[in-house]
Design a protein around this ligand. Sequence first.
Ligand code: C5P
Ligand code: MG
Length: 201
Amino acid sequence: MYKFSSLRKPSVYFILGGPGSGKGTQCELLSKNLKFVHLSAGQLLRDAITSNSQHKITIENCINNGVIVPSHVTINLLDKAIFDNLSSETFLIDGFPRNYENMQSWIELMDHKINFKSVIYIHCSRQNMILRIQERSKTSGRSDDNLQILEKRFITYQNDTQKIIDHYRNLNKLIEIDGDNSINIVQAQILELLNKTLIHS
Ligand code: C5P
Ligand code: MG
């Protein structure tokens, strides 16, 4: 594990929402607008497959069944990505924590060395998410962007991720955004709500 030795801990926002809710798109824009660093948990896992990680088979199996990769694998990738990049102060972690195990392991392994800010939750109608994934599947090259696996990803989202969203809502740590609007409107809403929380924190 990577040790953090600077005085100032990096700040972390989590971004959650269903498949196709716009997490990646909005994080890319936020990283330009606010100079935050965007880390996609899903992309780090896909990169680990490409680079022949020792966990390649496990990751592939999970992704192709729409289920969550064991937390130690994902957290190890996030840990490296954050602490290899200490020039940045604030990170947007997209698609994490997806289940209770993700959240508990993060608290155990990472919480003490980062400054957790809040969770940005982009909620979106299922109809829109399906349409967006269908569109994205034409160019994404992702093995899980098809209707069969998408159905499994929705089940995981409903059974596992919704509980995590509820948990952060109960802690008053959830920034909720209507993701059915256009890309620019959603971005403007996130920026506005982030500004408000920054003023009050
Ligand atoms: O967020 P994204 O759609 O890129 O995630 C794709 C897949 O990566 C998920 O369906 C899941 O199999 C895996 N993943 C995971 N744990 C995370 C994030 C993504 O297992 N925290
Ligand atoms: Mg994504």
